[in-house]
Design a protein around this ligand. Structure first.
Ligand SMILES: Cc1cc2nc3c(=O)[nH]c(=O)nc-3n(C[C@H](O)[C@H](O)[C@H](O)COP(=O)(O)OP(=O)(O)OC[C@H]3O[C@@H](n4cnc5c(N)ncnc54)[C@H](O)[C@@H]3O)c2cc1C
Length: 398
């Protein structure tokens, strides 16, 4: 290849290339502009500060007031009545904002708790929780994981026992994002230990209910802007009207929820990796070594090209799967592939971002070091690599 071959001009940052052009219409572009303006004004200046303070609840209320927390929630519950793709726009723009902890905390609220509420909630439950969730007045958390059960969801031990018209809940949940700030927890319990996958039930529990204990605030490797809680449930009494969906259907409800969540998570983590990539492009242009900009050394230029190619390919897989999902399909294999691949690519790319920054990339003051720590979670949370590989492998009959 000739050394001075001219680079074709293209915008590496656009989300509407390839399948993106089939997904995003003018109204999504308009939404993207408005979220981006908000993120630049209200989030970007505070990213570093929130690494020590965690993000303030007030930002959820401001996002709620701007309409961003209920993009695909029907208008009668205070939402914007948009489509599934609007949530992809939100995840992408939050990823671009550079706070992994905020991205994760808000997506628990908007993409993990709100969709099952809409899908399985009674009218009374929707009227009670959706308007306050969409406005950001009440923040939600989702509690599945326990000290002795993570990937193996069916091994959870938190028990809910019927007592007349009430349920009594006892148990513990760990690693719960938003657990300290939440006003309501969507809680997976075991209601019949002998019923296999039919023995689980989900409840919507106000966090101020007697017996709900917010224990330790857990310290983490990354995602420092988010709060992560150990929660205990000690004889917590809730009425039967707090039950989400049918008795015994909780496991299936959670598995349904995980699919949509994984796709949005995949999009968010790619956008966050792209944020690190963009910072790296800037650094590679500014930093000079051996008398030339770093990026103009062939080894670095090729690394950048490989990173951009991986990001683009993973993005198309996510968009292609999102199209199937939004068309009413339930493509578990493809969703698993998209989430697995997006998380792995994001981690590989940000590792290269750190490498290109050299020692600076190891310094806390450089954004790529934060992204490096934050992104590692995506290969563990919401379906670890090994679990997704297993789903994919099983889908071929093994
Ligand atoms: C920062 C953070 C935030 C989180 N937020 C939430 C939240 O809001 N709500 C919530 O409910 N949970 C949350 N989680 C929990 C998260 O979903 C779990 O950590 C994840 O599901 C993995 O479970 P585990 O940690 O118990 O790992 P384990 O299940 O103990 O697995 C350990 C490792 O072994 C692998 N493994 C397990 N079984 C197999 C197997 N059969 N074959 C091969 N490999 C296997 C796993 O993939 C993993 O790599 C959060 C976790 C973190 C770290």
């Amino acid at each position: 290849m000739h050394e001075t071959v001219e680079a074709p001009s293209s915008n590496p940052k656009t989300s509407s290339a390839g399948l993106g052009s089939l997904i995003f219409g003018d109204h999504h572009d308009e939404l993207r502009r408005s979220i981006r303006a908000f993120v630049d004004r209200e989030i970007v200046p505070h990213v570093a500060e929130w690494e020590t303070t965690t993000w303030p609840d007030e930002i959820a209320r401001r996002m709620g007031a701007a309409g961003f927390l209920g993009l695909s929630v029907p208008e009668r519950y205070g939402g914007q009545g948009g489509d599934y793709f609007a949530n992809l726009v939100l995840a992408e723009e939050l990823g671009r904002g550079g706070s992994g902890g905020l991205l994760m905390g808000l997506s628990v609220h908007t993409d993990m708790v709100i969709p099952p509420l809409l899908q399985f909630g009674t009218e009374e439950q929707k009227r009670r929780w959706l308007p306050v969730g969409v406005s950001g007045e009440t923040i939600f958390c989702l509690a599945i994981t326990e000290p002795d059960a993570g990937s193996d969801v069916a091994a959870i031990r938190t028990r809910a026992v019927r007592d007349g018209d009430e349920w009594v809940i006892n148990g513990a949940k760990t690693f719960i994002t938003n657990g300290h700030r939440a006003g309501m927890v969507m809680l997976l319990t075991r209601t019949d230990p002998d019923a296999g996958y039919d023995g689980f039930t989900v409840f919507l529990v106000p966090m101020d209910t007697t017996g709900v204990i917010r224990e330790r605030r857990l310290e983490k490797m990354g995602m420092h802007a988010s709060d992560t809680a150990l929660l205990a449930f000690d004889d917590v009494r809730v009425p039967d009207s707090a039950r989400l969906g049918d008795v015994g259907q909780g496991f299936r409800l959670i598995m349904w929820e995980l699919q949509a969540e994984r796709l949005i998570g995949a999009s968010g983590c790619l956008a966050y990796a792209r944020y690190a990539f963009d910072k790296t492009l800037e650094y590679a242009a500014e930093r000079r070594t051996f008398g030339r900009p770093l990026g103009s050394h062939q080894a670095i230029r090729h690394k950048i090209a490989a990173m951009a190619t991986k990001l683009a390919a993973a993005q198309q897989l996510v968009y292609g799967t999102a199209i199937s999902y939004a068309n009413g399909e339930y493509p578990v294999r493809e969703i698993s592939m998209a989430k697995l691949h997006a998380a792995q690519v994001a981690c590989e790319v940000v590792d290269d971002c750190v490498q290109i920054h050299g020692g600076a990339g190891y310094m806390a003051e450089f954004d790529v070091s934060r992204v490096y720590r934050d992104l590692r979670l995506y290969r563990i949370g919401a379906g670890a690599d090994e679990i997704l590989l297993d789903y994919i492998g099983r889908s071929y009959g093994f």
